[in-house]
Design a binder for this molecule. Structure first.
Ligand SMILES: [Zn+2]
Length: 131
């Protein structure tokens, strides 16, 4: 099952990642079903933001509340790796909730999408939307 991601969201993830260097950028992916149509950029509140990320919990709570009241769904999470590759790091694997959410990771000019499944991160293909 492949994702559809809007062009604007892809571009915003790239810009956020570059702007945050040498720290990791992070954001919440919003949309419906398999379609990611919006990006909610948040602060990286981890005390060691060059090698870790933690999405601002207040932003996360607001996003879930908005979803419950009929807004866009929280599809997953974005973060960047200032060095390395766009696959989940050992830290990411240790932090994973295995809740089926989508993880988008930017590194080295590439964005890769993963699903945080019960036992592992599975790679996801995606198509870029036209908007
Ligand atoms: Zn990571």
């Amino acid at each position: 099952m492949s994702l559809e991601v809007s062009r604007a969201v892809i571009e915003r993830m790239e810009r956020a990642a570059i702007a945050a260097q040498p720290e990791e950028a992070c954001a919440i992916l919003l949309g419906q079903g398999n379609c990611i149509s919006a990006l909610l950029e948040t602060r990286n509140v981890h005390p060691d933001p060059r090698t870790h990320f933690e999405i601002d919990p207040h932003a996360l709570i607001r996003a879930f509340k908005a979803e419950r009241s009929g807004g866009l769904q929280v599809i997953g999470y974005f973060h960047s790796h200032p060095s390395g590759d766009p696959s989940p790091s050992a830290t990411d694997r240790a932090m994973a909730a295995h809740d089926g959410k989508v993880w988008a990771i930017f590194a080295g000019g590439t964005i890769a999408f993963w699903r945080d499944n019960k036992d592992n991160f599975d790679t996801l293909s995606y198509a870029m939307g036209t908007d």
